[in-house]
Each structure stands twice: as structure tokens, then as C-alpha cells.
Write a protein that binds this ligand. Structure first.
Ligand code: C2O
Ligand code: CU
Length: 468
């Protein structure tokens, strides 16, 4: 693979040398004839069993009646077309989380498009020019729509993907169910959740099941694609019975690293190559101090022999940090929430005390003294510039900070923070952490930067960056 890559690079170099390069953008290895993959997604109300076969079905909001929504799987360079029909009785939109998308197709209601009204449809169409593990989810009142089940996995395959015997996507969620196994209604939108850690659940599922079993070839090499679809729960997953190597975070390659556990904040993903070393292997969620089974593998002779070679993973694809000499620094001072130091903030043109913001407007979080709203441009950025979002988490809570339309490098002044070797699209900030999220602003449009603890986002923890 490496030699193939090099050959391709040399080929492009050779082309530039003879002046043909102008015709072929070197950074766009998209095949000339892009294949369009059409999908239909219908957002609607349906009953689905997520709490075990002995329990009643849960009334949910789902895409195509399925939990998670249908797997959308394409190859890099193809075009995703999704006709989304809204059969809910509220407006909705779909965001393609982690895709460095065309701004119009980003799915942020009232920012990049008008919401899709009940009974209406909207067709998203965009190329997918980078490979990895992504997901799609509702981006209209997402604190409610995602909590009810409106999300699904999106996988982009690549010629450079490591060879494995199995490729398994695990979409993990933490639901808050009542004692009848229904989505807990009276706490949806609770001010307490919005001002504290967000909506934490009481029922863990993996692909809508508890502890699903996966039959695999004995000794197989398995690519796990882990996606945290929870509103607010930071998951910690532990692997037993496998040799696990982390190869990508948030759909971006990282230097391969042997791991036993991985922490995943809401919206984050991790791709882990697991070599089975025992008959049975387990994944457990351990963040609360109690082990919760989160899937297991059963070596199954009938599936035949594992054939994927156990060779080292090619990590030549990790892009280097850009030149920081001309960096545009943007300070993001995060404040608010319970036990915080925010006393007042600007909202809708006026400076209001926090008590009034909370009680009248349900707004609790601010960046640089401003409550997030889509009518307020937080920063204007020149297209092509190198930007550092210098973020200070001056609150008592962790926050999963997500940037739309771009991936960023993470630099932190906290030596205890384990920095990713590649890029990410969502970074979990600990209380009082300062981090610089560095990105090349090469994608024009209006892009959100917000907390993916969805209650925090709804309560003002977000900003619009304008790039042009
Ligand atoms: Cu996955 Cu703005 O979100
Ligand atoms: Cu947050």
C-alpha cells in the first residue's frame, strides 16, 4: 500500500513538473466519473425494541423505522444523495457529522438551510472526499430529536483501508428510559440537565441492543468503528481478549497505538483494529465505575479461517500540523452553567443577568460573554487562513467541542492531557483546560462551533464562524 501511495505521489509530482498539474488538482484524488449513491431517509415515529425482548417496544423517532438509522456506506470520491422526508409533526434537518461538507448541505436548521417542515422533503447531495467513520443525526432541536433516536452511521471506505476479516460498526447510546421502557418525557428539556452535565441516561445500548454478540472467525482481525451517539454521556470502553490498536479518531487517521481503553465523548468516533487472542472477547463500558457489557465476540469455526495478515498498520496518512507563523488566534472563553462564574451575558442585543437568562430564555452558557445564537457571527475568517481557536473551559463541566466543516489539530497546555496524533472534529475539554484547536479554514461558509453535549448547545454553548 505504502509503495502504491508513493507511486501515486510521484506520479502527481511528475505531472506538475511537465505543467499538466493545472488540470488536475493534486489534493482531490476524486475519480473523474463520480458515482452517486442515492438513499432515502424518512424521519418518523415508530416503535422499536431497545430495552430487551421481554420488554415493550419504545416509542421513538427514527429514520426508516430503524435504530440506529440505516447504514450509509460509500467509497471516497463518491457522491452521497439523500432524500430526507419529514413525517414527524415538527421540523427537522440532517447533519452529516464530520464530513467536510459543502456549507449548504451541512444541515443546520436556520443557519445553512430552512428546516424541512412536516410532510416535506429535502435532498442533500455532496461528494465525500475523505474516508472514515462518520454519522448523521438530526440538527433541529437535536437535544430532543437525537435523544429520541434520529441518527445513524455513515462509513466512507478507501483503497488504503487496512485489510481486516470483519468490519463492525458499534453505535453506542445512553438512553433515559422510564420504568415502562419509554423515552423519559418529563425530563426532556429539564433545566437541571441543561445547566449541569446534560441528559445522562440510564440504559446503555450498542446498535440498539444490550451487549450484542458478534460471530467472528477464530483469531480474526476486526475493524471496530465506535460511535458515541449519546446526548451527553462520555463513554469509556475497555477491550478484553483482543489486541487493540487505535487507528483513527473522528474519521481522521492517527498514528497506530496499542490501547486497552478508549474514552469517547458525545459525537466522537474511534476506529480500533482488534486481533482476537481468545475464544471470547468483550467490550465493556466502565465510565461509571460499574462494568456494563457493550458487546462481545464469539470465535466461530463455521465462518472459516481468518485470512487478514496481522501486519503493522500504515499510518503514513496522518497530515502534519500546518505552519503556525501566520496563525489567526481566536480566543473562546467558555463560561456558564451550574457552579460557574458567569453572572451576565449578551443575548439578543441586551446584557442580561444569568438568572433571567436561565429562567426566561433557558440560556446558560456563553463564549466571551455572548450567548450563542445563529444571528450573531462570532468571528469572520479569511478563506485559506490557519486558525487557532484558543479555548478556555472556564466552567465546572467537561464539554465536547465540535467544529463543523473542518478537522482540527489539538494542542493543550495541560501535560496530563493525552493529545491525539492526528486531527479530530470533536474535542473533550476538561474543566479549566485550555486547548488550541488549529485548523485550515479552507471550506467557505457559516460553520458552527459548539458543545456536543446537546443540552449545552441548546442553552447557548455555540458560535457561528464565517469563512470566506
Ligand atoms: Cu454532530 Cu452540530 O453536530
Ligand atoms: Cu458542554
Amino acid at each position: 500500500m505504502i509503495s502504491k501511495m508513493l507511486q501515486r505521489r510521484n506520479f502527481i509530482k511528475a505531472l506538475s513538473a511537465c505543467g499538466i498539474a493545472g488540470l488536475i488538482p493534486a489534493t482531490m484524488p476524486t475519480p473523474a466519473l463520480s458515482i452517486t449513491r442515492p438513499y432515502q431517509l424518512t424521519a418518523g415515529k415508530s416503535a422499536f425494541n431497545i430495552s430487551g425482548s421481554k420488554q415493550a417496544d419504545t416509542d421513538m423517532w427514527l429514520y426508516n423505522g430503524s435504530c440506529p438509522g440505516p447504514l450509509l456506506r460509500l467509497r471516497r470520491g463518491e457522491i452521497l444523495r439523500a432524500e430526507v422526508t419529514n413525517q414527524l409533526d415538527v421540523p427537522t434537518t440532517v447533519h452529516w457529522h464530520g464530513i467536510r461538507n459543502i456549507n449548504d448541505m451541512d444541515g443546520v436548521a436556520d443557519l445553512t438551510q430552512a428546516p424541512i417542515e412536516p410532510g416535506e422533503s429535502f435532498t442533500y447531495e455532496f461528494p465525500v472526499n475523505h474516508s472514515g467513520t462518520f454519522w448523521y443525526h438530526a440538527h433541529t432541536m437535536s437535544w430532543q430529536q437525537v435523544a429520541r433516536g434520529l441518527y445513524g452511521p455513515l462509513i466512507i471506505d478507501d483503497d488504503d483501508d487496512p485489510v481486516t476479516d470483519h468490519d463492525i460498526c458499534l453505535m453506542i447510546d445512553d438512553w433515559r428510559l422510564d420504568d415502562k421502557g419509554q423515552i423519559h418525557q418529563s425530563s426532556l428539556g429539564s433545566l437541571h440537565d441543561w445547566s449541569h452535565a446534560g441528559r445522562l441516561g440510564n440504559w446503555l445500548t450498542v446498535n440498539a441492543q444490550s451487549d450484542p454478540a458478534f460471530s467472528v472467525k477464530p483469531g480474526a482481525r476486526v475493524r471496530l468503528r465506535l460511535i458515541n451517539a449519546a446526548n451527553a454521556r462520555v463513554l469509556t470502553l475497555r477491550f478484553d481478549g483482543v489486541e487493540a490498536q487505535l487507528v483513527a479518531l473522528d474519521g481522521a487517521p492517527c498514528r497506530a497505538e496499542t490501547i486497552n481503553t478508549i474514552k469517547l465523548a458525545p459525537a466522537q468516533r474511534a476506529d480500533v483494529i482488534c486481533d482476537l487472542v481468545t475464544e471470547k472477547a468483550f467490550i465493556r463500558e466502565i465510565s461509571t465505575g460499574t462494568d456494563h457489557p457493550a458487546g462481545h465476540f464469539v470465535a466461530t469455526q463455521e465462518l472459516g479461517k481468518a485470512t487478514a495478515p496481522k501486519n503493522a498498520i500504515n499510518t503514513a496518512l496522518v497530515p502534519p500540523l500546518p505552519d503556525l507563523r501566520q496563525v489567526r488566534r481566536i480566543t473562546v472563553h467558555m463560561q456558564g452553567g451550574a457552579m460557574g462564574n458567569l453572572t451576565e451575558a449578551r443575548y439578543d442585543g441586551a446584557v442580561l443577568p444569568l438568572r433571567e437568562l436561565a429562567q426566561k430564555h433557558k440560556k446558560l452558557w456563553a463564549f466571551n460573554g455572548q450567548i450563542g445564537d445563529y444571528n450573531n457571527i462570532f468571528a469572520e475568517i479569511d478563506l485559506g487562513s490557519v486558525v487557532s481557536l484558543d479555548v478556555i473551559n472556564d466552567t465546572a463541566w467537561p464539554h465536547a467541542m465540535h467544529l463543523h466543516g473542518h478537522h482540527f489539530w489539538v494542542m493543550s497546555d495541560d501535560p496530563t492531557v493525552d493529545l491525539p496524533s492526528g486531527q479530530r472534529d470533536t474535542w473533550l475539554m476538561q474543566p479549566q483546560e485550555r486547548a488550541s484547536l488549529v485548523f485550515v479554514a479552507d471550506n467557505p461558509g457559516l460553520w458552527l462551533f459548539h458543545c456536543h453535549m446537546l443540552e449545552h448547545a441548546a442553552a447557548g454553548m455555540g458560535a457561528v464562524l464565517s469563512i470566506d
